[in-house]
Design a protein around this ligand. Structure first.
Ligand SMILES: Nc1ncnc2c1ncn2[C@@H]1O[C@H](COP(=O)(O)OP(=O)(O)OP(=O)(O)O)[C@@H](O)[C@H]1O
Length: 635
């Protein structure tokens, strides 16, 4: 038998008021100790806010101390520190609200997990099938999981099925591992009806017994039938103080021995939770009720300390014996596949996810065509007269901004939500994957799809406006590259931001700065000399220069404007004369090269250079995103 033990786990956080001022500190766990044995389920029970989830996070090594917080204590498995590499146990953590890729079916999700754990193709089908059966997921095996992974929210499996899938996904195939298995499950029954909750507890007991795993789960108000199924119980009072730790069947007897008798036909779980709960004075003036419940809880905690002290010598001897026994399972084995295989598997998932989001892509396509029609309609056939220069420049700038904004918002909106799922998977000790294969597969699948929309937008708009046909190919290429550059900026901001709200707040501001620094030609704004070096980082600048050059190179202007608006102006003799004079005096440009010269841009081959700069900015953003993913892996 193996033992998961934790000793004197303390967690103190700095507290702040609503205005962010320090108000002191709060001791969430005040030295919690306990143990759980392999092949058994330990249920952590206690009133709301007593620290059950915090304890589970501490056991899994997920508790992250912010500045000023304190974490102490030791968690061991068979005497070796649990959260160090080379421990003799695989650790699986099942979150309260598990997140998955929404468009994959239950079977596909488990198949990918099995493959990421390095199972051979021959074993995968059998393993997935047996897991589906064991976790009662056969009826929904081919239903999409659902939820929201960044595209649109998808209807999928029920809450209970989702929880069972999470447990299956985290423990898949680990029973065949040479190491021990620790499964930590946070609130597996919350939100389920009593029958489903009972079934869930049965599954946990089954995993513990079949896989000889240490299963530790937090439970909310289990009904008597569920309570009788778990092997051991850890009852916590406020501050994570232990009120009982031992076999669940002995809890009633123990409390009887300290003067708290469970009435007949009463759910023992409810009885013990009530005993350690504080009856808060609800303002009816009877403060004695609250004082009495405080007194009762303090008495129970003190009684447990005395009881523990009495039994300590015996239990310590037992523990030392266990630690001294060399574990037959103490063979650390890396349970994952190589980066190339990870890449292939994750690219397959990214493609499936994207393919099944065709509805969203259809909407994006309609929006691109609609916007192009609006742009084209407002600037219909600008002609080749002197006035068309200004209109061309304006339309090109608008196209760059529109393309950038759409791509930026898409990645700001989607990536942080996808990261929540990916973070869970990456941090898995077994069957996890590295940021590199994930990120590369995402880029290779999604970027080409994202580039289609600006090409459609430009392809519809350009002939409507009457843009230069000779430069059309380069114009569309620049817009496509711009979409990739803006999307990479969105990924970068999302990866550096702590959450999607921060990313969505910062993203548009960064884009506005890009726009401000993007017009070095002075067509719309002047960039001060001091900020000129920064403008090299502006993705709008490179796109704008690219589309200007592709548009104006080789263009020859006519003497007169032929569009309706210009004809209207030309009706006045004064207007006609003014325009003709400008053209003769050489003030109005005669060729596109004149325009480019006037804007301070090279007259030949600059569009290709600008495209290279766009690629440079994109690569830089991707590199920063990758570095952030590596640094924040598992956080
Ligand atoms: N970072 C934090 N800063 C301040 N207080 C915190 C922090 N994390 C947790 N708490 C507080 O610590 C207490 C324990 O939280 P925890 O989520 O572990 O309780 P719980 O027993 O799981 O509750 P529930 O059963 O309601 O889910 C709560 O009062 C919570 O508000």
């Amino acid at each position: 038998m193996s033992v998961l033990a934790w000793d004197d786990v303390r967690y103190v956080v700095k507290t702040k008021d609503a205005d962010g001022n320090n108000t002191g500190s709060k001791e969430i766990l005040r030295g919690t100790s306990g143990r759980s044995s392999s092949g058994r389920v330990l249920a952590v029970l206690g009133p709301s806010g007593c620290g059950k989830t915090t304890l589970l996070n501490a056991l899994s090594g997920r508790l992250r101390a912010k500045r000023g917080d304190e974490i102490h204590g030791r968690v061991t498995y068979d005497g070796a520190s649990l959260n160090r590499s080379g421990t003799s146990a695989a650790l699986s953590y099942v979150e309260q609200e598990p997140k998955f890729f929404s468009n994959l079916t239950v079977r596909e999700t488990l198949t990918l997990d099995a493959r990421l754990r390095g199972k051979s193709d021959d074993d995968v089908d059998e393993l997935v099938m047996s897991t589906l059966k064991k976790m009662s997921l056969m009826s929904c095996a081919d239903t999409v999981v659902g939820g929201d992974t960044g595209g649109k929210a998808v209807a999928g499996i029920s809450g209970g099925e989702r929880r069972r899938l999470a447990i299956a996904s985290e423990t898949l195939g680990l029973g065949t591992d040479a190491r021990g298995l620790v499964v930590l499950v946070d609130e597996p029954t919350s939100g389920l009806d009593a029958f489903q909750a009972d079934k869930m507890v049965e599954k946990l007991v089954d995993i513990a017994e079949r896989e000889t795993a240490c299963v530790v789960c937090t439970l909310h108000q289990p009904r008597s039938a569920s309570f009788s199924k778990v092997h051991d119980l850890l009852l916590l009072a406020s501050g994570g103080r232990v009120a009982y730790l031992g076999p669940s069947e002995e809890v009633v007897e123990y409390f009887k021995s300290i003067g708290h008798v469970c009435p007949d036909h009463f759910n023992p779980a409810e009885f013990v939770i009530d005993l350690v709960s504080i009856d808060v004075d609800d303002g009816d003036g009877d403060e004695r009720i609250e004082a009495r419940s405080h007194e009762r809880v303090e008495g129970i905690v003190a009684a447990w300390k005395r009881h523990e002290r009495k039994t300590k010598i015996a239990s310590r001897e037992k523990m030392e014996t266990l630690i001294a026994t060399p574990s037959t399972k103490a063979v650390a084995r890396k349970n994952r596949c190589g980066p190339m295989r990870q890449f292939r598997l994750l690219a397959g998932r990214a493609w499936r996810q994207a393919r099944r989001e065709m509805w969203v892509n259809g909407v994006r396509m309609m929006a691109s065509i609609g916007l192009a029609a609006a742009f084209g309609g407002c600037n219909f056939q600008v002609g080749l007269g002197p006035r068309s220069v200004k209109r061309r420049v304006a339309v090109l700038m608008q196209a760059c901004i529109n393309t950038s904004m759409l791509a930026l918002v898409k990645s700001l909106n989607g990536f942080p939500r996808e990261r929540a799922t990916v973070r869970r998977e990456m941090s898995r000790e077994s069957g996890g994957y590295s940021p590199g294969p994930y990120f590369l597969s995402k880029l290779l699948i999604e970027t080409p799809i994202d580039m289609v929309f600006p090409v459609v937008f430009g392809g519809v708009m350009a002939p409507m406006v009457g843009l230069n046909k000779a430069g059309r190919k380069m114009f569309l290429t620049t817009l496509a590259l711009q979409s990739a550059a803006a999307s990479s900026l969105g990924l970068c901001i999302s990866a550096l931001s702590p959450n999607s709200e921060v990313a969505l707040a910062i993203g548009p501001c960064v884009m506005v700065l890009n726009i401000m620094l993007g017009d070095t030609s002075g067509a719309f704004t002047e960039v001060p000399d001091s900020l000129a070096p920064l403008s090299k980082l502006s993705l709008i600048r490179h796109a704008f220069e690219g589309v200007l050059c592709s548009e104006f190179e080789g263009l020859v202007f006519s003497k007169e404007d032929t569009d309706a608006k210009s004809k209207q102006i030309a009706k006045t003799a004064k207007g006609v004369k003014k325009m003709a004079r400008k053209f003769q005096d050489g003030i109005a440009p005669r060729t596109g090269e004149d325009v480019l010269e006037g804007l301070g841009l090279p007259t030949r081959g600059h569009a290709t250079k600008a495209a290279k700069s766009q690629v440079g900015v994109t690569v830089m953003n991707i590199a920063v995103t990758y570095a952030a993913l590596v640094c924040k892996k598992g956080k």
